[in-house]
Design a binder for this molecule. Structure first.
Ligand SMILES: [Zn+2]
Length: 141
């Protein structure tokens, strides 16, 4: 994984503004780094072709072509969009050494990325992302 390159968010809102914009489940995951329960998210098994955007700010984060069946209970991608759509930073909470994935535009929490699990994807990375952090924008037919 690339070293963490953390930049200031382009989109800055107060806590009050985020609470108004997001429903309680979205707010808990995106702004309080919560995790939705496995196998409950609306995009866990979605195959629709399109872009996954940040539910907080609308930035494009992932493409459906990089989504794969991880059977872990959350939408899983082997890479984010090219460039710097997401920020990765160490997360040692809950007694685990994990890497948190954040939206680069608004610094909302998306999920975590895991390496070397042997999924046989091009990157051997699993971006394990909460459905509630994403909004699927299907490609026009
Ligand atoms: Zn965002």
């Amino acid at each position: 994984m690339d070293p963490v390159t953390e930049r200031a968010p382009k989109i800055v809102k107060s806590d009050e503004e985020w609470r108004e914009l997001l429903n309680p489940a979205e707010y808990h995951v995106l702004r309080q780094a919560g995790t939705e329960r496995p196998f409950t998210g609306e995009y866990t098994d979605t195959k629709t072709v399109g872009s996954y955007t940040c539910r907080a700010c609308g930035a494009e984060l992932f493409r459906s072509e990089t989504k794969f069946d991880s059977h872990c209970g959350w939408p899983s991608f082997f890479t984010p969009l090219a460039g710097d759509a997401v920020i990765e930073r160490p997360d040692n909470s809950l007694g685990m050494r994990r890497v948190e994935v954040l939206c680069a535009s608004c610094h909302s929490h998306l999920g975590h990325v895991f390496a070397g699990e042997g999924y046989g994807t091009p990157t051997d990375l699993r971006y394990c992302i909460n459905s509630v952090s994403l909004r699927l924008v299907p490609d026009p037919r």
